[in-house]
Ligand binder design. Sequence first.
Ligand code: SAM
Length: 281
Amino acid sequence: MAQIDTLPPLRDVIAKHELSARKALGQNFLLDLNLTSRIARSSGALEGVHVIEIGPGPGGLTRAILAAGAAHVTAIEMDERCLPALAEIADYYPGRLTVHRGDALKHDLAALANGQRTRIIANLPYNVASPLIISWLQTEPWPPYYESITVMVQREYAERLVATPLERKDYGRLSILTGWRAEASILFNVPPTAFVPQPRVMSSVVQLRPRGTPEICRMKTLERITQAAFGQRRKMLRQSLKALGCDVQLLLSKAALSPEARAEEIDISGFVRLANTFDQL
Ligand code: SAM
């Protein structure tokens, strides 16, 4: 594809700043401009949008997001070796890139969004992808400060995020929290050869779009119920829900669920019913 900017090629940036990839930081860089542009564009038109990017690294995806027209990018990067490379991008796009150094898990993203139209886009470090995504799904108040999340994660994790009771193997607590609050889909898969260095596993770009009005229930109760139910996922609910310490027969009959059903057969509405019934009891 045509160049997206006149900054030096990413391979030269990596060599100049000696950015040898560190496994402990989940560093698998994307150097293919077609791919970074595809990820940036897959969140929709970016004009007028503020993007929060986690882990910009040498800045390949950052450059694609800025070239695609994002009004501003706020990036959080743990590795200080990347900061000079990112400063060059900030100079090239004056006033459109702010970089914070540190752990994204410790940043208040809602404060960074500061009321702007915000999307999260990232090639996530796989070691912290799960706590980050769960914290974004647990955001209060809801609807959250972001319009959408478009991120690269391990394919196996992506499949757990989007699973329904039809895909029993992957369906679990994560799928329920995700599906309750967001519409989640796998946009496309990415082979290991797309990264430098290559990871051992396949990856996927997933998109989460927050539901404006999720079915009403208390998140803490929903999590407690799914923890009990999937703690013993092969057992019938009348057994697995004993961990809740309530009258399980009554709970299940009031929630109109069969005591013989297993957790992996119950859809999200079923779990919401269980949570609300549990709170009423
Ligand atoms: N965005 C770049 C790309 O696509 O080539 C790099 C992606 S790489 C998979 C993940 C990046 O996240 C690395 O630059 C790494 O240093 C950074 N990182 C790792 N843990 C982090 C954390 N807790 N907070 C912020 N950044 C982190």
